[in-house]
Design a protein around this ligand. Structure first.
Ligand code: KIV
Ligand code: ZN
Length: 526
């Protein structure tokens, strides 16, 4: 018989994922309806406890996405965000009520700077909190309340409003470090003090929500858990506004790896981490930095001679986690031009893509074309190929038909391009300061637009001179931000395709009605 006192039951920490709300709020990270549903399903399957699916009042699109995610959810609680007013809360409830387990999350900025925005006195804001939390609780048994910018709110006022929210029926109190200002010692102390001093604290779960402006989001979240928080709010890849949020993969793997000093467990199946990380990077257009903890390309790479030698003798010499713990397969080399359709289907399934027969047929044609140009096709190549296919499937108003670029030491470089616009071919030649500039000028000549290029990034998908290049572009037009990504063994062709993918998304978004989530101010509580 096991001695229960020698190994006390581990405390459970709830994982609240806000990739689809706080993450998607990051300029340029906009996801389509289908992409949001896919990510929500992956989060549910990996064992995330609560999914914050969106901000239903922000737009018709957000509302529909939260509702559809609520309807499809199997195990996870589905949460929607609402500002501190009755209209927001009603709209949120309309979306989440379809879930097996719904939650309303309502918030208001309580720090002096945030209180000044709606111009409410402390008493008026306290009254507003009582009224809105009561209203939310009358609709739903599961209500989360957040004092936004809690870490810069005066202690006495914070304690007072947390007590009001608990008294009005909140079941989770989330303490946001909205601007990433706090530090680990302070983060732990704040939660500890709230639990010790707030009346009714024992009836609620305290949550921590950290931003990464000073690079301390993960440390602050774990410190809050040490202080008594039992819910961590986080996003996949740390996606989120500015420097992002606490990264789910970091807190989950830290708790798992250092259970000796942090005896807490989560319900997350860590072997699903790598797949969802790749999918979020692909659909958000925010690629993961190579040296990012846990999910970066180099996180498990051991290139220096000393490291390799040690690794061959005993993997634990330099590895504190095993690649397979996060779902990273041992062998990365997969396919070549002799691989068949069944092998491609199996490999794509392993990478998280379940394809129907027609989709597989299309993927196989693309794969063969790539394998003809590239001897070895790696997992990353296949992911890039699938991302291209998905972007094209969203709506192909523009398509690259032909491209030839003349470049060399003599300027200007020129691009000879044929672009198919709504089924009609247009041929044009343009010059520019470098081949990519010439190509973008040519596209703009055929399809004039006012979008501003905010970001242009090239990554080699794998090693070698025949490696594919993935190009990401971010463009902005009248407040709408879109991203485009494409891969090709020719960097200039990948650039043209990424630019066209972004323009296609822009055309889709121009046609959409409703307010964009980012056009609604989170600070506006009226
Ligand atoms: O960072 C923040 O304060 C938020 C709230 C809306 C919870 O995201
Ligand atoms: Zn936030």
């Amino acid at each position: 018989m096991t001695d229960q006192t020698a190994t006390p039951a581990k405390d459970r920490v709830l994982i609240f994922d806000t990739t689809l709300r706080d993450g998607e709020q990051s300029p340029g990270a906009t996801m389509t309806h289908a992409e949001k549903l896919e990510i929500a399903q992956l989060l549910d399957e990996m064992g995330v406890d609560i999914i914050e699916a969106g901000f239903p009042i922000a737009s018709e699109g957000d509302f529909e996405a939260v509702k559809a995610i609520a309807e499809q959810a199997k195990d996870a609680t589905i949460c929607g965000l609402a500002r501190a007013n009755l209209t927001d809360i009603d709209r949120c409830w309309e979306a989440v009520k379809h879930a097996r387990s719904p939650r309303i999350h309502t918030f208001i900025g309580t720090s002096p700077l945030h209180r000044a925005i709606p111009n409410l006195t402390q008493d008026e804001m306290a009254e507003r909190i009582h009224q809105t939390v009561t209203h939310a609780r009358n609709l739903c048994d599961n209500v989360q309340w957040s004092p936004m910018d809690a870490t810069r709110t005066e202690w006495d006022y914070l304690r007072r409003v947390v007590e009001i929210a608990i008294g009005a029926g909140a079941t989770t109190i989330n303490i946001p470090d909205t601007v990433g200002y706090t530090a680990p010692v302070e983060s732990a102390d704040l939660i500890r003090r709230l639990i010790d001093e707030v009346e009714g604290a024992e009836d609620v779960i305290f949550a921590t929500h950290c931003h990464n402006d000073l690079g301390m989001a993960t440390a602050n979240a774990l410190a809050a858990v040490a202080g008594g928080a039992r819910q961590i709010e986080c996003t996949i890849n740390g996606l989120g506004e500015r420097a992002g949020n606490t990264a789910l993969e970091e807190v989950v793997m830290a708790l798992r790896t250092r259970g000796d000093i942090m005896p807490f467990e989560t319900g997350v199946d860590t072997t699903k981490i790598m797949n969802i990380s790749r999918r979020v990077a692909a659909v958000s257009g925010f690629s993961v930095q190579y040296n990012k903890a846990i999910v970066g390309k180099n996180a498990f790479a051991h290139e220096s001679g000393i490291h390799q030698d040690g690794m061959l003798k005993n993997a634990q010499t330099f590895e504190i986690m095993r690649p397979e713990d996060i779902g990273l397969s041992e062998s990365n080399l997969v396919m070549g031009k002799h691989s068949g359709r069944a092998a491609l289907r199996a490999k794509l399934k392993e990478l998280g893509y379940e394809l129907g027969d027609n989709e597989l047929k299309d993927a196989f044609v693309r794969f063969k074309a790539l394998a003809d140009r590239k001897k070895e096709v790696y997992d990353e190549d296949l992911i890039a190929l699938m991302t291209d296919a998905q972007i094209e499937a969203e709506g192909e108003h523009l398509r690259l038909k032909f491209l030839r670029v003349i470049c060399g030491t003599e300027a200007p470089q020129s691009a000879d391009l044929t672009l198919t616009v709504e089924g009609t071919d247009h041929q044009v030649t343009a010059t520019g300061d470098g081949p990519v500039d010439a190509v973008f000028n040519a596209i703009k000549r055929v399809f004039p637009h006012g979008a501003r290029l905010q970001l242009y990034q090239v990554h080699a998908v794998t090693g070698g001179t025949d490696a594919q290049a993935t190009v990401s572009v971010r463009m902005e037009e009248a407040g709408r931000i879109v991203t485009g990504q494409a891969a090709d063994t020719d960097t200039v062709v990948a650039s043209a395709k990424a630019y066209i993918a972004a323009l296609n998304r822009l055309i889709v978004r121009r046609g959409k009605t409703g307010t964009d989530a980012r056009e609604i101010s989170y600070k506006d509580v009226s």
